[in-house]
Design a protein around this ligand. Structure first.
Ligand SMILES: NC(=O)C1=CN([C@@H]2O[C@H](COP(=O)(O)OP(=O)(O)OC[C@H]3O[C@@H](n4cnc5c(N)ncnc54)[C@H](O)[C@@H]3O)[C@@H](O)[C@H]2O)C=CC1
Ligand SMILES: N[C@@H](CC=O)C(=O)O
Ligand code: NA
Length: 443
């Protein structure tokens, strides 16, 4: 039997995920070695503060503040610091030295991915990132390997645990966004700066990664249409539930033809949307994620599980550690990212979907007809209208008409036509205000 030396693993960062990865590597060292066919050792853990409290006990002698020296003496480098720098520089150093690198850093991948993959390719090293999307859920490997022979048409899913946790708490407990975000941060789900979560940046970075893999096209994060959940109100969540919907932050990546230009390309978007309460995504609670993949031959596939959390995400990281270690044992160059299709990323105006628009209007005869005509003149077909009368505001002058709330559901319409309709509604003399415009998905 061939005797292998121990493979040395460097861990950069020992926060929510890193501390759990260290613990798993130490606890399951022998089991992992048996699966790999080589010894594996945690060579060291680069931290900012040697004395900071951690979620798991890491032997003091493994801690170091000298990440660079640790990298240079390691075969596999696991980056779990987050942020763009020094993560980018350290990963480049690791790849250049021939080490395989594992990262969960979607912000870095969606911003500097091409540079990192290029550096890996030059030395035949490999960059693994299963934990960067969907936490513990295997989604990178299925897209990259299992579906590599198929043609992915569409991806629809929930890819941010923190915002799903927040929207779920608002829906099921009536909590405020601030309350729910504080809990998500305490549980280790949120990013160091939670603006990345609530602003939809994290989901957009993940959508960019998924779309790049699915469509063999480089999709940078800033090409993704992004709307976060900061504008979503408790009233909207409650009203949605009453109407048979749930509000979710969705990521949607699809092949499309732009109706304006006739160009074939891909559309990648992240935004809050209404989904029917009977849709499987409506049953995704807490920090769980779920991703539907529609492929030409495979049909519809669903991937579901923990989208955030230290120990859950550590599972995906450990899977990558084992893959990297096995590659070291077998040898051979890493597999390059495939971006050969090079499809254009289309603007948001290219999409078609359904919409729900809530308006506060004058409660007067003929108003409904005016509004219906306005939709029709912009090519948007109305499917449902619900009206409720709001009692007259006591602050308004006496004799002022009471206002009515109209909730209008549309058939499929183009985003461009819908935007023109909303613009016309906001200037219409019978409309007091457009209170909410939400896309409706999953029908
Ligand atoms: N927490 C989660 O549920 C998930 C996190 N991720 C990603 O995993 C990465 C790590 O996330 P968390 O563990 O949650 O973050 P965290 O903020 O809990 O941990 C990061 C750790 O890295 C340390 N660090 C930062 N800069 C450093 C430096 N220059 N040198 C040494 N240590 C440094 C910090 O002090 C901190 O302890 C991020 O890229 C995040 O986006 C991915 C999936 C899920
Ligand atoms: N902050 C992220 C962590 C996992 O990627 C999330 O909430 O999904
Ligand atoms: Na994953």
């Amino acid at each position: 039997m061939i005797e292998y030396r121990n493979l040395r693993v460097a861990l950069l960062g020992a926060g929510s995920v890193g501390a759990q990865v260290a613990d798993q590597l130490l606890t399951h060292r022998d089991e992992l070695a048996a699966r790999i066919g080589a010894g594996i050792e945690l060579a060291g853990v680069a931290v900012r503060d040697l004395d900071a409290p951690r979620d798991t006990a890491i032997p003091r002698e493994l801690l170091t503040t000298d990440a660079e020296s640790l990298i240079l003496s390691s075969d596999i480098v696991v980056e779990l610091m987050g942020g763009l720098e020094p993560a980018r520089t350290l990963i480049l150093q690791a790849l250049t030295s021939g080490a395989d690198v594992i990262t969960a850093n979607k912000a870095l991948l969606a911003t500097h991915g091409p540079e990192l993959f290029e550096a890996a390719g030059q030395v035949g090293a490999q960059l693994y990132y299963e934990a960067a999307v969907g936490g513990a859920i295997p989604i990178i490997r299925p897209l990259r390997d299992s579906l590599a022979g198929d043609r992915v048409e569409r991806i629809l899913g929930i890819v941010n645990g923190t915002t799903n946790f927040i929207l779920d708490r608002m829906d099921t407990q009536g909590e405020s966004m601030e309350q729910a975000l504080a809990t998500a941060s305490a549980l280790g789900y949120a990013e160091a700066d939670p603006t990345a979560d609530v602003g939809g940046y994290d989901a957009a970075q993940k959508a960019a990664i998924l779309a790049s893999l699915a469509f063999h096209t480089l999709v940078p994060a800033d090409a993704v249409h992004r709307e976060g959940i900061t504008e979503v109100t408790l009233e909207q969540v409650v009203a949605a539930r009453k109407a048979g919907y749930v509000v979710k932050l969705l990521a949607i990546c699809e092949r499309l033809t732009d109706p304006a230009s006739g160009v074939d390309g891909v559309s990648v978007r992240v935004h809050p949307a209404l989904i029917p309460d009977t849709h499987p995504l409506a049953a995704v609670h807490g920090a769980n994620n779920a991703v539907f993949v529609e492929a030409e031959a495979a049909g519809s596939l669903m991937f579901y599980g923990a989208g955030a959390g230290g120990i859950q995400t550590a599972s995906a990281v450990l899977g990558d550690v084992v893959s990297a270690a096995r590659r070291h044992v077998v040898g051979g160059p890493g597999v390059a990212e495939s971006t050969h299709a090079d499809l254009p990323v289309l603007p948001i105006s290219a999409i078609t979907t359904r919409y729900q628009i809530t308006l506060l209007v004058a409660d007067e005869p003929g108003v409904l007809a005016v509004i219906a005509a306005l939709f029709q003149s912009h090519g948007v077909s109305v499917e449902t209208v619900q009206q409720s009368v709001t009692p007259a505001d006591p602050a308004r002058p006496s004799g002022a008409a009471s206002a009515a709330t109209l909730v209008i559901g549309t058939h499929e319409a183009s985003e461009a036509d819908l935007a023109a309709t909303v613009a016309a509604l906001t200037t219409s003399s019978v409309v007091h205000s457009v209170t909410s415009v939400l896309r409706v998905e999953g029908l």
